[in-house]
Ligand binder design. Structure first.
Ligand SMILES: C[S@@+](CC[C@H](N)C(=O)[O-])C[C@H]1O[C@@H](n2cnc3c(N)ncnc32)[C@H](O)[C@@H]1O
Length: 253
């Protein structure tokens, strides 16, 4: 599935809307604020950030295609600007940001600790940042053979080096000079079609077969069982609220 279509499908889910809205209410930007969305993707959250009335909303993403789409979606919001940039080298001055969000980005960043140090550098001492990060080693489904569930999950983690970044966010953020309030929730998906779109169950089962981790007939049986009736999928989603630690100088811890 194309990356933008995938992100839009995920953004449309009730569980996604719920955590994004929770994070927005934690950020609660004021009119004088500069707000940063690191790894803004196709601009999923930029309109909501602009609707808060914040003075300046900045999106940064490493992918020029995402930036182009984010700019298109934010066209009607003069307070929004979107830039190509790397979370590890933000194109921003020190302490210029009041509120920031990093939503499902850190698993794609080879050195997540550098992205957190950058976040600390650009955030004002009284600023607030929020991070959302799933732990992909926790995907659990029912019904179906647990061993196949584990094989598919192992394949997802082998193919995605940052799959377990979620569980490390609090520790890495503390090391970067933040005080952290960590929360973990487990979104529950009861519709196979939705879970398949969000978690890529069929896609990853096929890939696990191609990678030799799973026999084709067991994968087919597993998927048939998942499609057959009452269904559940869940995973752990970590959310963290970060505030610069009083004792820390930016980027020195
Ligand atoms: C899963 S998407 C999330 C997009 C958006 N935050 C959302 O919630 O819809 C991850 C985004 O992070 C971007 N990204 C990955 N590595 C990055 C990096 N090193 N610096 C900036 N953006 C990065 C990707 O291009 C992608 O748009």
């Amino acid at each position: 599935m194309d990356a933008i279509r995938y992100l839009d499908a995920v953004a449309a889910q009730a569980a996604t809307r719920a955590y994004k809205s929770r994070l927005l209410s934690v950020l609660d930007p004021e009119r004088r604020h500069t707000v940063l969305d690191v790894g803004c993707g196709p601009g999923t959250d930029l309109p909501d950030l602009a609707e808060t009335g914040a003075e300046w909303v900045i999106g940064v993403d490493a992918d020029p295609l995402m930036v182009a789409e984010a700019r298109r979606r934010a066209e009607e919001y003069p307070a929004v600007s979107v830039h190509v940039g790397d979370a590890r080298h933000l194109p921003l001055a020190d302490s210029m940001v009041d509120r920031a969000r990093l939503d499902r980005v850190l698993h794609q960043v080879p050195e997540p600790e550098r992205a957190l140090a950058e976040l600390r550098r650009v955030l004002r001492p009284d600023g607030i940042a929020v991070v959302a990060q799933p732990d992909w080693d926790s995907i659990t489904v029912d019904p179906g053979d647990d061993a196949v569930n584990r094989a598919v999950r192992d394949h997802v983690c082998a193919a995605m080096p940052g799959a377990t970044t979620g569980r490390r966010v609090a520790r890495l953020a503390e090391r970067a000079g933040f005080e952290v309030v960590l929360d973990a929730t487990a979104p529950v998906l009861r519709d196979f079609g939705v879970a398949d779109e969000v978690l890529g169950l069929s896609r990853n089962a096929e890939r696990a077969v191609r990678a030799g981790r799973l026999a084709a007939d067991r994968a087919a049986e597993w998927l048939a069982e998942l499609r057959s009736g009452p269904f559940l999928a869940t995973f752990v989603l970590f959310t963290a609220v970060l505030r610069p630690a009083v004792s820390s100088a930016a980027g020195t811890r």
